[in-house]
Write a protein that binds this ligand. Structure first.
Ligand code: GA4
Length: 330
């Protein structure tokens, strides 16, 4: 790994471009209205911890309105954007990711999904017109949440576990600790001169929550790591969602589902905008393998811990750390 240090810019990690497989066509595409969707979701979560969702029912208008509002915000002068930062953990962030020294070619807004907290932060995002940004976030997030509840209920049915809301109830709970981010990966024209290298927008990591739901514009950049360790590029699709299994769902399925390792690399010419809903449980919830998924005589792989315990440990870690390692039974 080398660093880019031009025009006094902060040093950022560069990784070799040849690594990901751009031709991989095996990413599962699941039609939410298909009678086979439940079984396919379970297969995809076991094999990839990742799938693309089509026919999801979220209005395209909510997706494009939030993208437009996001672009407007990121086009503001730096001094105005800085008024909404730094993220602690919510707010506007630039280059720095998390509290422990990770950096990337990115700026972002990290928000709680609670409507009060959204309107509070939106008054620093657009003081003259906080409702415009706020209502775009609220409409989008509430629609994506409903779709995610349904996905988790379909997964529970596909796994043959009861009740149907055994997973979705954690996100539906008023105390659910969910969050939301809008990411902007600016283009980097200097990269043209550094042929064969790409800039890391968001370094490799797994998401700590139960499930993450991503939508991006039509710019490349997202890569996932397959079970055999190869990185593949995920062709963007602005009309679809990409679902990621998080660490907590890996634990709840006693390792049957794998949280997907992923990262974002930067294009030299085109900005990437993504928005991600991270569905997390209430802080007091114990994250443990669901008894109905542990066969008789089978060992549980993880120690018992609450989401608050895990979150505390997450915020002490670096992006690429294996956070679940600390909670595995040795
Ligand atoms: C990764 C998933 C979500 O984006 C996030 C990230 C969080 C942050 O940006 O504040 C973390 C990262 C994420 C995991 C390790 C810690 C915390 C940055 C970081 C280095 C919001 C989350 O929940 O965990």
């Amino acid at each position: 790994m080398v660093v880019l240090s031009q025009n006094g810019r902060q040093q950022l990690p560069l990784i070799k471009a040849c690594k990901p497989n751009y031709g991989f066509t095996g990413i599962p595409v699941i039609d939410m209205t298909s009678p086979h969707a439940k079984a396919h979701m379970v297969e995809a979560c076991e094999e990839f911890g990742f799938f693309k969702l089509v026919n999801h029912g979220v209005p395209m208008e909510f997706m494009s309105r939030l993208e437009d509002e996001g672009i407007k915000f990121f086009s503001l002068p730096q001094s105005e954007k800085d008024l909404a930062g730094p993220p602690q953990p919510f707010g506007y962030g630039n280059r720095r990711i998390g509290p422990n020294g990770d950096v990337g070619w990115i700026e972002y807004l990290l928000l709680s999904t609670n409507p009060d907290s959204i309107s509070q932060i939106c008054s620093s995002i657009s003081p003259e017109n906080p409702e415009i940004f706020g209502s775009a976030v609220v409409d989008y997030v509430s629609s994506v949440k409903n779709m995610t509840y349904e996905v988790l209920e379909m997964i529970a049915e596909g796994l043959n576990i009861e009740p149907r809301n055994v997973l979705s109830r954690l996100l539906k709970d008023e105390e659910s600790d969910s969050c939301f981010r809008v990411n902007h990966y600016p283009p980097c024209p200097e990269l043209e001169a550094l042929r064969g290298r790409v800039l890391v927008g968001f370094g490799e990591h797994t998401d700590p929550q139960i499930i993450s739901v991503l939508r991006s514009n039509n710019t490349n950049g997202l890569e996932i790591c397959l079970k055999d360790g190869t990185w593949v590029s995920v062709p963007p699709d602005q009309d679809s969602f990409f679902i990621n299994v998080g660490d907590s769902l890996q634990v709840m399925t006693n390792g049957k589902f794998k949280s997907v390792k992923h990262r974002v690399v930067t294009e030299s010419r085109k900005a990437r905008v993504s928005m991600i809903y991270f569905g997390g449980p209430p802080l007091t919830e114990i994250i443990a393998p669901l008894p109905s998924l542990v066969k008789e005589g089978e060992e549980t792989l993880y120690k018992e811990f609450t989401w608050a315990d895990y979150k505390k440990s997450v915020y002490k870690s670096r992006l690429a750390d294996n956070r679940l390692g600390l909670f595995e039974k040795k």
